[in-house]
Design a protein around this ligand. Structure first.
Ligand code: SF4
Length: 62
């Protein structure tokens, strides 16, 4: 399967400099291993804080 990195980068809302940017499979695996969610689950104001916790996600969705 072809990697869609360039297409993914156009939709990525992550504001952090990171080598996994656009590589969604690696991004999800990285944050999942840490018990977190990737940037695309968060609205811009929360994403900017860098808090990728499930708790932050639930707080911003409640
Ligand atoms: S969400 Fe995390 S792993 Fe994904 S690009 Fe941003 S900093 Fe990197």
């Amino acid at each position: 399967m072809e990697c869609n990195k360039n297409r993914n980068l156009k939709r990525c809302n992550c504001t952090f400099s990171c080598d996994k940017k656009g590589l969604c499979c690696e991004c999800v695996e990285y944050h999942r291993r840490k018990g977190q969610l990737p940037a695309c689950y968060f609205p811009a104001d929360i994403e900017r804080t860098g808090d990728r916790s499930v708790e932050a996600y639930l707080n911003c969705r409640s």
